[in-house]
Design a protein around this ligand. Structure first.
Ligand code: 5GP
Ligand code: ZN
Length: 142
């Protein structure tokens, strides 16, 4: 397991680092990716530090799946993307860059190249506005 003390997502979970949060439950947290490859690119993470899928207990994985489904529905209804990609990378060879388990939700348009990372930071106002829209939508859902 990688070191939780040095982990940016652990810092987001415990408030040592900021995030544009979208949802929060017992086992998961969702927030906007600050280097979005598309508007609405968001992440669902486990609150506990697990480096990858090989470490996540099944009940926590199920909680990520539930939170991902809820967020996917909110993205569809608020942002109306043509498609939505779910990606989850495990290990350097797979392209993983943050070693704390997370699920990507990436709105997709037809004809667009498949891209999982960018070095271009998102605009804070835009990220905040999108996170608020999605959070408000989720607050109205059971
Ligand atoms: P991975 O490559 O591990 O599947 O994805 C890690 C993701 O975390 C990347 O898409 C990257 O843009 C995002 N990321 C890295 N640092 C931060 C951060 O400090 N805050 C947020 N919200 N996202 C981050
Ligand atoms: Zn962590």
């Amino acid at each position: 397991m990688t070191d939780p003390n040095n982990c940016i997502f652990c810092m987001i979970v415990d408030g040592r680092a900021p995030s544009f949060q979208v949802s929060d439950d017992e086992l998961t947290l969702a927030f906007m990716d600050i280097f979005p490859v598309a508007p609405g690119h968001s992440l669902v993470i486990t609150k506990q530090h697990y480096s990858n899928i090989f470490e996540v207990p099944p009940n926590t994985l199920a909680a990520v799946a539930r939170a991902t489904r809820r967020l996917a529905l909110a993205i569809r209804s608020e942002l109306r993307p043509e498609g939505l990609g779910l990606f989850q990378l495990n290990g350097v060879a797979a392209g993983q860059t943050v070693f704390h388990y997370h699920q990507h939700l990436i709105p997709r348009s037809s004809g667009e190249d498949l891209k999982l990372h960018t070095r271009v930071r998102g605009d804070d106002d835009e990220l905040r506005a999108t996170s608020l829209r999605l959070a408000e939508k989720l607050a109205t859902e059971p």
